[in-house]
Design a protein around this ligand. Structure first.
Ligand code: DX5
Length: 237
């Protein structure tokens, strides 16, 4: 019998990306993050084929799991994610996010993740229209709009992606789906308000958190701005 997956932490979330963490001090980074109030981290998995960079395997999830209390999503920027996903599920990911562009059958890929007992997410690259995700929303627990061309930390935020975020927010709210709406790439003090105002309730930040002099202060400031911006959006909606 499939285990029931852990739910993603409620409320507007700033999700530090391990791509920007100092892996030589991973334990200390995770402890500092949890101390600051981080509830959800993202592991950017890159295969050097779907995206140019190569990053982590399932063992990083196992290392993170040694510190309880964190919700972990594995963002698979890989070709043939159906082949890789089971290894990240077995390693302890709470959620697996696959790319629409990498799936032969996106709906089947999402349903397979849920059958395996994890939350299922689907991401779109900047050039992929958000219309590809709209018919799949009932089958996903998270929709991810990439706000950079995926592959590396520190890339420039793509403002035009906010129209995709707004369209997804409208569709999710109109249908009443419990689907989270995540953005990833270039989220910083300069861009977090725009992303949350557009309707993102989960915002992945690597450089802006793990690259900050004071991780805790940076995280708390981003979270506060995102929460205020998200609520203001709802009042305007
Ligand atoms: C894809 C990766 C990055 C990373 C965030 O390139 O998914 O977007 O998580 O990196 P920052 O926050 O440094 O842009």
């Amino acid at each position: 019998m499939a285990i029931s997956p852990r739910q993603a932490p409620a409320g507007v979330q700033i999700v530090p990306s391990l791509l920007s963490a100092d892996l030589a001090r991973l334990g200390a980074c995770l402890d500092a993050a949890r101390e600051a109030g981080v509830q959800w981290v993202s592991v950017d998995v890159m295969d050097g084929h779907f995206v140019p960079n190569i990053s982590f395997g399932p063992d990083l999830i196992r290392l993170i799991r040694r510190r309880p209390g964190l919700f972990v999503d594995a963002h698979l920027m890989v070709s043939n994610p159906e082949v890789s996903a089971p290894f990240f599920i077995e390693a302890g990911a709470d959620m697996v996010v696959v790319h629409y562009e990498a799936c032969r059958n996106p709906r089947a890929a999402l349903r397979s993740l849920r059958r395996a007992g994890v939350l299922a997410g689907m991401a779109v690259k900047p050039r992929t229209p958000v219309s590809r995700l709209l018919p799949l929303l009932a089958d996903m627990d998270l929709a991810l709009v990439m706000t950079v061309e995926p592959g590396f930390a520190g890339a420039k935020f793509l403002g035009p992606m906010m129209s995709k975020v707004r369209a997804l927010r409208r569709a999710i709210d109109a249908a009443g789906f419990p689907c989270r709406l995540q953005v990833d790439g270039g989220i910083s003090a300069d861009t977090v308000a725009a992303a949350a105002s557009a309707g993102a309730d989960s915002l992945v930040a690597g450089t802006a958190v793990f690259g900050a002099k004071d991780l805790g202060a940076a995280f708390k400031s981003l979270k506060r701005t995102a929460e205020i911006s998200f609520v203001r959006r709802k009042r305007r909606a």
